[in-house]
Design a protein around this ligand. Sequence first.
Ligand SMILES: [Zn+2]
Ligand SMILES: [Zn+2]
Length: 362
Amino acid sequence: MGSIMDAQNTMRGAVLLGPEQIEIREVPISQPGPGEILLSVEAATTCGTDVKVYRRGGHPRMLQVPTLFGHEMAGRVAAVGEGVTAFSVGDAVVVANSAPCGECDPCRAGRENLCEDLQYINGAYAEFLLVPERFVRCNTYLIPEGLSFERAALTEPLGCVIHGISNCDLSLHGKPGEAEIMVFGAGPIGLLFVAALAMEGHRVLLTDPSPERLAVGKELGAAEAFESGRAGDQAEMVRARTQNDKGAAVAIDASGVPQVWLDAIACVRPGGTVNLFGGCAPGTTIPLDTHLLHYSELTIKGTYHHRPETIKGALDLLTDPGFKADLLLSGEQPIEGVEAALRSMMSMESLKVVIKKELGSG
Ligand SMILES: [Zn+2]
Ligand SMILES: [Zn+2]
């Protein structure tokens, strides 16, 4: 086993203990077994999912407290286990937060986000993270020269967004620029949709209650950005903003608010695609206008997570300096500042915060 570590056996990590309860603890560092690597986390970015996990004190499927958490990360290989040939100590890498089995029906159909045995990894708000064999084998990537750890940490959310864009059936809606795409919600995910779609030449409209976030959307290439009205009541307003008042070709919900799902469905033109990306709480239902769905031949679909293919696409896009992902990074905090970072997201002061083991490093 190779290693650059000088006999360090423990590390600092943010341990989630329960709802809104985090403690910084000194915890053991696991040494990599066969096929595994030990990642020195150089940058981890906070995410809306972490805020949910922090508020609820865990996640029914992914996280049982007490636990380390954080899932958007980039770092350096600190040690490699037996049999690892694709990576060496010192390599800068991105590790996606899930690894599909590659063998089940969805995996074989190229829909690995729906893998029947999808494994998740958490624990990016710590100095080191042990990366299991399956993750090393199928969802770990070298960071291209010149790409910072901070930007590279955005690979995971952008991978979700690129998967979301592939779910928008854009080829059905004319050439880039012809079809109007309406994005509801200017949080980090909505903004990544705007940036990625605008880079492809699409005309993107954005709505959100926050003028500050709309301004970021403009900088990222939104053709129009306007303050939202009352959720559930916005379809007419959106329609009036589209060319010929016909409605958007594609509507994307990046808010996870059920009333906004209704707005997204109601604001598309005949033949439109509605991409419901923002997850609502379990048990949420919405009424559906069956007449509209049928006669306007709408396509309504949900989108979840990412695939190895879209993770690679995200890493590529992040290397393009024209892709202004840095606008999403509102600041930096050391591991001790994870709680403050999540609170600043809850109060809408920040979009995403970069967590680093030492500020000014990486
Ligand atoms: Zn995330
Ligand atoms: Zn599978």
